[in-house]
Design a protein around this ligand. Structure first.
Ligand SMILES: C[S@@+](CC[C@H](N)C(=O)[O-])C[C@H]1O[C@@H](n2cnc3c(N)ncnc32)[C@H](O)[C@@H]1O
Length: 252
């Protein structure tokens, strides 16, 4: 019996891979990877057969149950099998279904974390997602639900959070903006849309919650996250204004 490694490939740039992930990729015999994984990251798995099982929403993808079965079958024939996922495997990556299938089959597995899109986008913006006195509650949400899946109240989490990062939301910009404003989020809430964070085609669009549908028209089809919250106002402000914000925070 082999072992399956669920490995986070990070948000894009291959040098954001962890050392542990790189070492496992070097030893891999089989790599099942998502479509967004960087070619230089895949190249580290020099000995491995690479199989694309990737998903981009709305496009053809391999059924999850089939991926689960392939991982189990592969571990019965190969010592080192890697399931390479964009970002961190445990966020919006359907990892639990794979973990459950491996557990049921009695296959040994290990999870290797990766840099998730939210923190990569924060880094691109030069903005801390938390900020002393201003933001102590960060929510990672997605409004996107698969076919037949129960809808969740993603908007309630965004309304409650000081900073929210919305994954897989650029194609739902109109719905996101309308829903949040209708439920009381101020139209002027500072917002940024970060597309292809850490990659050469990176795009950063800044505005307010009310601007989101217009901003989304300016994206080029790469993966994108929407960030919103007061931390973005402080960071994008002119230096003088930033000092004033700092002074207000100190008084509060
Ligand atoms: C299926 S989810 C996977 C998330 C991934 N597991 C993570 O931790 O980042 C794919 C979504 O992640 C976000 N994403 C992934 N890579 C990104 C990048 N380089 N820049 C901006 N957003 C990204 C987008 O919202 C995209 O639709």
């Amino acid at each position: 019996m082999g072992k399956v490694y669920l490995v986070g490939a990070g948000p894009g740039a291959s040098d954001l891979l962890t050392l542990r992930a790189a070492e496992i990729l070097k030893r891999a015999e089989l790599v099942f990877h998502d479509s967004l994984v960087h070619p230089q990251t895949l190249a580290l798995a020099a000995r491995a057969r690479k199989i694309l099982v990737g998903k981009r929403s709305g496009r053809h993808s391999t059924a999850q149950s089939f991926i689960n079965k392939r991982l189990v079958d592969a571990a019965r024939k190969h010592a080192v099998v890697v399931r390479l996922k964009g970002g961190d495997p445990l966020l919006f990556g359907r990892a639990q279904e794979e973990i459950d299938a491996l557990r049921r089959a009695g296959i040994d597995f290990e999870i290797v974390p990766g840099v998730t899109a939210a923190t990569a986008a924060g880094a691109e913006l030069g903005v801390s997602l938390t900020r002393r006195g201003l933001a102590r509650h960060v929510a990672f949400v997605t409004p996107r639900a698969g076919q037949g899946e129960r809808k969740n109240d993603w908007a309630a989490s965004v309304l409650a959070a000081d900073t929210a990062v919305i994954y897989m939301g650029a194609g739902l910009a109109e719905e996101i903006s309308t829903e949040l404003i209708a439920r009381g989020k101020p139209k002027a809430t500072p917002l940024a849309l970060v597309e292809s964070a850490t990659l050469p085609g990176r795009r950063i669009l800044r505005g307010t919650l009310a601007d989101l549908p217009a901003l989304a028209l300016g994206t080029g089809g790469g993966p994108a996250v929407v960030l919103l919250g007061e931390v973005l106002r402080a960071a994008s402000a002119e230096p003088v204004l930033a000092e004033k914000i700092e002074a207000i925070l100190k008084r509060a």
